[in-house]
Design a protein. Structure first.
Lengths: 187, 311
């Protein structure tokens, strides 16, 4: 049983720092993942997360309180991450997969090497999508966001989100098919 | 036969779980004959299976980040400097926190070997800690000094604290002092110690400090352990019937997963002269699973009331 986000926001408006701590704890991992998606570095992702929460607290009066706090916060996370990324673009570090940031695959019941390989290709191609497309796919498939929540995060209509998701899948289909064929040809 | 372009609109609905019954039939007809759309479906299926999330941050790094944010918010609220957005500092924050713990550990180690004037030293250490780390609101995972403290006894002028189970020491400080409030708030929300939480809640029931009331409300709403939520409920009920407490009790009556907690909240609210019809409406808004038992109790209370009126 949890206190709703909006109830916690009301508490914060009444001066409770404790309530903001609860909200931070609730969403810090989600914010971190969005930040990490842009920063590709745990320390930078944590810096971005900190800024996101400070901005959220500062601008809390702008939140309408209509049950979409999570999406509202993720929008700040996305904007902050994009802005960080733009600032860093010139001295961007290479996107390396290290043991700490390698995407974790769910346990696969049967030993399906081909499937693992296919999933690896999808994950690697996912990184090549545009920032908005990547976020839409991540929120939809990995974070279980509703269409409405994704629309709030991306500041778009629900129709636009459907279209973004569809185009992303089309891109993934085209690139992964190419990759698979190339891998097959190399055998 | 539908073209791929016609299928796209259906596919968009499929991706967002809004497929119409007629759509399914069209897709079933189209897919076997179209390799492109089959591949699209394959990608969707794989994405549903993959966990593409990156590894979570370490608890220490998360704690340091939250502490830093809460501390900046507190300073800003107290009229201090503006919130400072961080660009480069935080990689050092976890190591700074670890260093702080180490220094405190060394300090405590040397202190434990000197039995003289331990009260003063402990009080100084706690006061210093409380003045540095003003983020005790975030006490669930705070791996710091106070984690080892258990409150053993408390009155207007004296606090008895225990360390690591076997050591204890008395402090002289009032129940409503900021240090005392910090320690109790931490103890109420400290997930490491159930005994510590229970004792702190019992003591907080006697305090008039608003912050402790707030901590009890958070414990009632969020503590994963039913016994702890019941203890928090009892403590709040003992504190009286101000609006904040009534709202918390109403929330527990409506939302708590435990029938026991909901029944207890009901008893307290009835004792606070809340109308049974109003309470019945609130119960109806809550979780279906626990409703029958709670409704049954409302009916019994109504019967009791009407017999009382008859007599």
């Amino acid at each position: 049983m949890l206190l709703s986000d909006d109830a916690l926001v009301d508490e914060i408006h009444s001066g409770s720092t404790l309530a903001f701590g609860v909200l931070m704890k609730r969403y810090e991992k989600l914010v971190y993942r969005i930040a990490y998606d842009h920063a590709k570095n745990p320390d930078c992702a944590m810096d971005i997360s900190q800024n996101v929460f400070l901005k959220a607290h500062k601008n809390l009066s702008a939140y309408s309180g209509s049950g979409v706090f999570k999406a509202w916060l993720m929008r700040i996370a996305y904007n902050e991450s994009v802005s960080w990324f733009r600032q860093q673009r010139n001295e961007r570090v290479t996107d390396e997969l290290t043991p700490t940031n390698t995407p974790v695959l769910r346990a696969v019941q049967v030993d399906e090497v081909a499937r693992q390989e296919y999933q690896d290709i999808i994950l690697s191609e996912l990184k090549k999508l545009s920032s908005r497309q990547r976020l839409a796919v991540s929120l939809r498939y990995f974070e279980d966001f509703s269409l409405r929540e994704i629309a709030t995060v991306l500041n778009s209509s629900e129709g636009a989100v459907k279209s973004i998701l569809f185009r992303s899948l089309e891109k993934l289909r085209n690139t992964t098919t190419f990759q698979r064929r190339r891998n097959y040809a190399q055998l | 036969m539908h073209s791929c372009k016609q299928i796209h609109a259906i596919f968009e609905r499929f991706l967002t779980g809004e497929l119409l019954p007629s759509d399914k039939e069209i897709l079933d007809q189209h897919l076997p004959s179209c390799v492109d759309c089959q591949s699209l479906m394959e990608i969707h299926d794989e994405l549903m299976r993959i966990d593409g999330r990156v590894a979570d941050p370490s608890p220490e790094a998360s704690w340091a980040m939250r502490s830093s944010v809460l501390s900046q918010i507190s300073q800003s609220a107290n009229g201090g400097r503006n919130l400072r957005l961080n660009r480069k500092v935080s990689p050092f924050v976890p190591s700074f926190a670890a260093a702080a713990v180490l220094v405190l550990g060394v300090f405590l180690g040397s202190w434990f070997s000197q039995p003289d004037s331990v009260d003063d030293q402990l009080l100084n250490a706690i006061t210093r800690q409380a003045s540095i780390e003003r983020s005790l609101e975030d006490s669930w995972e705070a791996p710091l000094f106070f984690s080892n403290v258990a409150v053993r006894d408390w009155n207007d002028t004296r606090v008895s604290l225990g360390f690591d189970v076997c050591r204890s020491v008395d402090l002289t400080t009032g129940m409503n002092s900021p240090v005392a409030s910090d320690i109790l708030t931490h103890a109420i929300l400290n997930s490491d110690s159930m005994g510590g939480r229970m004792r702190a809640m019992e003591i907080a029931a006697l305090s008039t400090d608003d912050r402790l009331t707030q901590a009890l409300v958070v414990a009632l709403q969020q503590d994963p352990d039913q016994t702890m939520r019941i203890t928090a409920l009892n403590a709040l009920a003992r504190k009286g019937d101000n609006e904040q407490i009534q709202l918390a009790l109403l929330g527990a009556l409506r939302d708590d997963d435990s029938v026991q907690v909901r029944l207890l909240a009901l008893e307290f609210l009835v004792n606070q002269s809340q109308g049974l019809d109003t309470l019945e409406t609130i119960i109806r808004e809550g979780s279906e699973a626990s409703n029958p038992a709670v409704f049954q109790r409302v009916r019994e209370l109504k019967t009791d009331l009407s017999s009382e009126a008859f007599l």
